[in-house]
Design a protein around this ligand. Structure first.
Ligand SMILES: Nc1ncnc2c1ncn2[C@@H]1O[C@H](COP(=O)(O)OP(=O)(O)OP(=O)(O)O)[C@@H](O)[C@H]1O
Length: 582
């Protein structure tokens, strides 16, 4: 879609406001026409020696100027307010698209670059949608009306005045292509700088702990220099645009002065007409200059819109809406039956992470997943959540291929605790009830009890209203993890995906939390990944992964009797716990 087509789709809902704005612009231009005409009549009154008329024309001129100022304010408000609304709509659509993307999208895109699209790129488009559109429309109206007046006064002099304009158009056409290219590079550079800032702030603890601040600053300076060079190239080009426009006005005025002067001297044009003509011509100067500025703005906005279109044209979801069977809303308490059939999975062009994975899970069972680090445990849960797309015909939910499921309905029945359960800025209450904001205090207290947070809450001076800081930074790792557990429990889901939710808790607390949350999980399908294998003892089936393949599976007792990897992990853990207690 071209820049203007995309922009139009965002401006369309505000067409009534824009129409009003255009009427105010027309009123501004019409009132502006009165001023040179009153000059003409004033000059004629002076020639006649009629001072009463002169005062009257001066009065009309002053009133017209005042009314013109008011009409200009009204027109600006219509256009600039609309642009702000377009900006909001763009940001909303961008975020909606982003959140609908599957995991590989976020592996491919850098956070800073995505952030730059929300800031710099959206601002460029907003400037064009507001000031740009207003300036272009204003120039068109002023040109048509003013040229009509100039033609009325003297057609031949009008022809002389517009002689330099074709040269201006040629120069502008040549510059605009290069402006587009350089604007794109500047926005890309801004993305890299934003990325570096974002990473530095979120990783400041690691950077300082390793004494890497100096290296980081050096790398940042290099990126900044590169960004500066790109900006300077663009600024040089933009600096060329203004002179092209600035030359046009004076050349036209010079030509008019020369030929107009000859005409007045020869008596072919009255002095009043000549003064009015010159005033009309000077009214074209400012819109022409602004057009030059809008041209650079247009190219910047075109480069930005191209970057925004990359995101706005993404599919709303990588998983398609499905047949009638799946379009029905699954009930939250539905505990799905899950089947993996010869599942092979690898991330973008990487080595296979899961290989020939086969598993049949009846609805309402608790599946424990154990295995060495990097064996594919998290990947398995990501596939179940539809965050990454499994190959077709390999993963079935209630007998339906996951790739054919409506992703939103599927996710509605899932509650997950990711490995790094991120909290959001806000209070403990907001975080615990993130998925259920309307829940009452009784529900909140019950969640906190299940997640073993009650003791801490009594110590926090603000209780549930305690702020957790960005990402939950003001809480300990264990507290953060228990808030994540509470947040997941608040959902009445049918499928729980718990990725090592007790890794930051000591053995005793982990057991207590696990015992407390189990009644809530009864009758649900639960996948529990745990590096602490003793917590898996209650699972209906335990799967032990090794390098993406099932190495062992069975109940806790069966696996202990069989010996092997699971039994070794279990005995090692028992020994460690005994040592810690002694
Ligand atoms: N987004 C990704 N892009 C590419 N490769 C990935 C991605 N996420 C994980 N991997 C790779 O997939 C493999 C399995 O990772 P996964 O996180 O599933 O293992 P895990 O068993 O959960 O490990 P751990 O116990 O350490 O959390 C690893 O080799 C990892 O490097």
């Amino acid at each position: 879609m071209s820049l203007f087509a995309s922009l139009l789709s965002y401006l369309n809902p505000w067409r009534a406001v824009l129409l009003r704005g255009s009427l105010w612009l027309t009123a501004t231009a019409l009132l502006a026409l009165v001023i040179p005409w009153m000059l003409k009549r004033g000059v004629e009154a002076i020639e006649r020696g009629d001072y009463a008329d002169l005062v009257m024309f001066a009065g009309i001129l002053a009133l017209a100027a005042l009314a013109r100022g008011l009409a200009r304010i009204a027109s600006r408000l219509s256009f600039l307010h609309t642009a702000r609304r377009v900006e909001v709509a763009l940001r909303r659509d961008l975020l909606q698209r982003l959140l609908a993307q599957p995991g590989p999208f976020f592996d491919r895109h850098r956070t800073g670059d995505l952030l730059a699209r929300f800031t710099g790129d959206v601002t460029n488009v907003r400037m064009l949608a507001g000031f740009g559109v207003m300036t272009i429309l204003n120039a068109a109206i002023v040109y048509v009306l003013t040229l009509a007046m100039m033609l009325t006064l003297s057609p031949s002099l009008t022809l002389v005045a517009v002689l330099p304009y074709p040269f201006m158009l040629l120069g502008v056409k040549y510059l605009s292509r290069r402006l587009l290219y350089h604007s794109g590079r500047v926005q890309e550079g801004l993305g890299q700088v934003s990325e570096a800032v974002e990473e530095t702030i979120s990783g400041q603890a690691v950077i300082r702990a390793h004494g890497l601040a100096h290296n980081r600053c050096r790398r940042f300076s290099e990126l900044n220099d590169e960004y500066l060079q790109r900006n300077l190239s663009l600024a040089r080009l933009r600096a060329l645009v203004m002179p092209v426009m600035v030359v046009v006005g004076p050349v036209g005025t010079l030509l008019v002065l020369y030929y107009g002067g000859i005409k007045v001297a020869a008596g072919a044009l009255s002095l009043g007409d000549f003064v009015a003509f010159s005033a009309y011509l000077s009214q074209l100067t400012w819109p022409t200059l602004l057009l030059g500025w809008v041209l650079t703005l247009k190219q910047r906005a075109a480069a930005s819109m191209e970057r925004l279109q990359d995101l706005l044209t993404l599919p709303a979801s990588s998983l398609s809406a499905n047949t009638e069977d799946n379009s029905k809303q699954p009930l939250p308490e539905d505990a799905p039956r899950i089947e993996f059939q010869h599942l092979d999975f690898s991330y973008l062009q990487g080595e296979p992470v899961l290989r020939d994975f086969n598993l049949s899970v009846p609805g309402g069972s608790l599946v424990g997943i154990a295995g060495s680090t990097g064996s594919g445990k998290t990947t398995l849960l990501r596939l179940l959540a539809g965050l990454y797309l499994p190959p077709a015909g390999a993963l079935f939910i209630d007998g339906v291929d996951l790739t054919q499921l409506d992703l939103r309905s599927h996710r509605r029945r899932i509650s997950a605790i990711p490995q790094e359960g991120r909290l959001f800025s806000g209070s403990l209450r907001e975080n615990l009830l993130y998925a259920l904001p309307s829940a009452d205090d009784r529900c909140l207290e019950s969640i906190a009890r299940q997640a073993c947070l009650t003791a801490e809450l009594e110590q926090f001076p603000d209780g549930f209203d305690t702020r957790v800081g960005e990402g939950g930074l003001s809480l300990s790792g264990g507290q953060r993890q228990r808030v994540s557990i509470g947040r997941a429990l608040a959902r009445d889901a049918g499928l729980f995906l718990l990725d090592d939710p007790f890794s930051h808790l000591d053995a005793a607390t982990a057991q207590t939390v696990w015992q407390r949350i189990r009644p809530k999980l009864a009758g649900r399908t639960v996948f529990l990944v745990s590096t602490r294998v003793s917590l898996l003892a209650a699972a209906d089936r335990i799967v032990v992964l090794h390098e993406g393949q099932i190495r062992q599976q069975g109940s806790h007792d069966e696996l202990l009797r069989a010996g092997g990897h699971y039994a070794r992990l279990y005995h090692r853990e028992q020994l460690r716990d005994e040592l810690e207690q002694s």
